[in-house]
Design a protein around this ligand. Structure first.
Ligand code: TYM
Length: 334
């Protein structure tokens, strides 16, 4: 039977090279032989303050980005999370089935709430149970994500297994995380110990998929490095987080291993490596940026794909929700 894949991105700003290499690039190849659903998770985006106009705009931008990154909206299904009410409904149920102790371990909440935990929203805290609902509603077999989402997928597995066992019934498929080795965690261009993120205050910390060729070249030129040349082997990148990150980016963009990149540039200074990396990044990203702009001009076309995706998603999600409601003791709606 065809395996089902579910993944999603928050519409919380323009996507970065991290989102692309860690997630979207892999979705494209998966769609050939999987039943793929790719969600734009706008319910997740409101766990932190966001302007309504910005949220609307960013939602369409993510839809355009999915297509620009090679997602075929006929072969796969792209949809907006709020167009499938079952996400919020199952999210509530799973919130009631998840011990707070499990949520207290989530590092993303700690990172995002920072020192102001008391001011963070309940939604931000409960976010992982909504993410579990996103996945479990579709009985997804695999969830292709970057390494930062691993803990959330593990929690999803724990929730699925504990609910299945509590009711003595396979209500949910237990999903597998699918994390690429090379680009699992792309780091900031300004600090190799911090994740590249769309919410970092410095635009120089990231490459956006919408950056122009000149911006890409400038950001790579200014990317932090150390003073040593590139090493011959991967071991030589130990304790050199910025160099390691640039090698990982090069490897992932050129579809080579990091070892091969080290061999190719052994002994070369960054003044030689960086222009080649910039050429490669421009070659891959600049057409994607152009393509995003093109799709954004065809809003009604995007909306048509989103409607088709939501119709497909609703059909699957409603079935799971009905089973869950019946099993937990909710009276059926007449
Ligand atoms: P989000 O929107 O932060 O990121 C979207 C995807 O990009 C990956 N990613 C990265 N990969 C490598 N290096 C990086 N620097 C980097 N930054 C981001 C993320 O791992 C993710 O795969 N909670 C999720 C969205 C979500 C979801 C889901 C994902 C909600 N429901 C269900 C999968 C399944 C998030 O905030 O991703």
């Amino acid at each position: 039977m065809t395996k089902r894949i579910l993944s999603g991105v928050q519409p919380s700003g323009a996507l970065t090279l991290g989102n692309y290499l860690g997630a979207l690039k892999n979705w494209q190849s998966l769609q050939e032989n999987h039943d793929c659903l790719f969600c734009i998770v706008n319910l997740h985006a409101i766990t932190v303050p966001v302007e309504p106009d910005a949220l609307r705009k960013q939602t369409l931008e993510i839809a355009a980005t999915y297509l620009a990154c090679g997602i075929d909206p006929v072969q796969s299904h792209i949809f907006v999370q709020s167009h499938v009410p079952a996400h919020a409904e199952l999210g509530w149920v799973l919130g009631c089935k998840t011990p707070m102790g499990w949520l207290n371990r989530m590092t993303q909440f700690k990172d995002k709430a920072g020192k102001h935990k008391e001011k963070a929203s309940l939604g931000l805290y409960g976010y992982p149970t909504l993410q579990a609902a996103d996945i479990l509603l579709y009985q997804a077999d695999g969830v292709p994500v970057g390494d930062d989402q691993k803990q959330h997928i593990e929690l999803t597995r724990d929730i699925a297994m504990s609910v299945n066992s509590a009711y003595g019934k396979d209500l949910f498929t237990v999903p597998e995380p699918m994390i690429e080795k090379t680009a699992a965690r792309i780091m900031s261009l300004r600090d190799g110990t911090k994740k590249m993120s769309k919410s970092d205050p410095s635009d120089f910390s990231r490459l956006n998929l919408t950056d122009s060729a000149d911006e890409i070249r400038l950001k790579i030129k200014k990317a932090k490095t150390d003073s040593g040349p590139l090493p011959e082997t991967l071991e030589g990148l130990k304790d050199r987080p910025e160099a390691k990150n640039l090698v990982a980016i090069f490897a992932s963009l050129s579809k080579q291993s990091e070892e091969d990149v080290c061999r190719q540039y052994a002994g070369a200074p960054f003044s030689v490596f960086k222009p080649d990396l910039a050429d490669l990044a421009v070659e891959v990203l600049a057409p994607t940026g152009e393509s995003i702009k093109k799709y954004l001009k065809e809003t009604s076309e995007l909306e048509r794909h989103l409607k088709r995706g939501a119709d497909y998603a609703n059909e699957i999600a409603e079935k799971t929700l009905k089973d869950v409601f019946e099993t937990i003791g909710f009276l059926p709606r007449l």
